[in-house]
Design a protein around this ligand. Structure first.
Ligand code: EPU
Length: 338
């Protein structure tokens, strides 16, 4: 365990925002958890994974826990799949590359998502037709209240679109220690090419029978073209969730803009791309002071260098207001605001 005081947050969040962390506790091994107690007043902590889905708007007086545990191991072998246990501190994209290299299927559509493995279940990371809940077997987590380790099966985690109990009712109560993924073996992969852009990219590359490596490469190419690399431009991916609205809302928009993209959720509701709504309100690529939206994807708010969290938050409010005014839809933030 490494404990440091008065640390700048800048290198610890992909937005590259500077606030002061009073105490940072880096958990390197599981056993470190048992030494945490003296540092936890009222058991209050903020748990930071890769800092890739957080907007820091103020100094953080509570201890900030960094989970840096490493390792992965096959815990069960079956004919068609293996269960692979991965420590929370492992980098997610490296895990995807490792899986693809080993011939394991299931997470290739989730290539290049920034962050660490422990954050995956928290917001049920997803991209290109796949969410982590589709391959997640179980999660082990340390309960800060009673000091015990619990294992939650997939169905107990309360997964929804970009959410789970870890993000809502269990927030800052449980530290995710490891995730167990059910990954398919060669000959048993169930590939997902439902997302138009993947099929199109594979087509352009002349790939006919797409394997998991082809899919991972297509996803990497699409993400690199559309989304900013946090190393170059501070950002936290999609800033808002895609809103789910009644068919009547879609019909009203279609009367004026028949081209509005939409995806069915059930018989009475559709999901609308927040990026499209924001783009239509004229925000794409707009710079406001040190913040703005990304030139290729209006749903991504960026830090052009020295933006404060409050500046980014204020822009997000302005965007919310203009979408509300034009479409009567209130966008909900996807990033965690601290
Ligand atoms: N669009 C615009 N203008 C824009 C942005 C998007 O017109 O500025 C349109 C696109 O042309 C497309 C539609 O909106 O018709 C959807 O855009 P895109 O395919 O880029 O996907 P998205 O719905 O904006 C979601 C996820 C992403 C994920 C992609 C691919 C959410 C909030 N975002 O974005 O996740 O990578 O689908 O599956 O669900 C993230 O969560 O951080 C993230 C990047």
């Amino acid at each position: 365990m490494i404990v440091s005081n008065n640390i700048s947050s800048r290198g610890m969040n992909t937005f590259g925002i500077e606030v002061n962390f009073s105490t940072v506790i880096s958990v390197e091994h599981r056993d470190d958890l048992f030494a945490l107690a003296p540092y936890l007043e009222n058991r209050e902590v903020s748990i930071l994974g890769g800092g890739s889905n957080v907007l820091l708007t103020q100094d953080i007086p509570k201890p900030v826990l960094l989970i840096r545990t490493k390792g992965k191991q096959v815990v069960l072998e079956r004919e068609t799949y293996d269960l692979v246990k991965v420590e929370a501190g492992e980098n997610w994209h490296n895990l995807v590359l490792w899986a693809v290299e080993k011939g394991y299927g299931g997470i290739e559509n989730l290539a290049l998502i920034p962050g660490r493995c422990g954050a995956g279940p928290m917001q049920n990371i997803g991209a290109y037709g796949v969410e982590i809940k589709d391959v997640l077997h179980s999660v082990s987590a340390y309960n800060l209240e009673d000091g015990r380790i619990y294992t939650f099966h997939n169905t107990e985690c309360g997964f929804g679109y970009r959410t789970s109990h870890f993000k809502t009712k269990w927030k800052d109560k449980f530290i995710i220690l490891d995730i167990v993924l059910k990954l398919t073996k060669p000959g048993h992969h169930i590939t997902n090419l439902s997302y138009g852009a993947i099929a199109q990219t594979l087509d352009e590359k002349g790939v006919i029978q797409a394997g998991i490596k082809d899919i991972a490469n297509a996803v990497i190419a699409i993400r690199q073209a559309k989304l900013p690399d946090p190393v170059e431009v501070g950002n936290a991916g999609s800033f808002f969730k895609n809103p789910v609205v009644d068919n009547s809302v879609l019909n009203a928009i279609q009367k004026v803009q028949p081209e509005v993209p939409h995806y069915p959720v059930d018989d009475s509701r559709v999901k609308l791309p927040a990026g499209w709504l924001i783009d239509q309100c004229g925000w794409k690529g707009k710079q406001v002071g040190q913040t703005g939206t990304y030139k290729n994807q209006a749903l991504v708010l960026v830090n052009h260098g020295s933006a404060s969290g409050s500046e980014v938050y204020a822009l997000s409010e302005e965007i919310q207001q203009s979408v509300l005014k034009r479409y009567d839809i209130l966008l909900e933030r996807e990033v965690n605001v601290w």
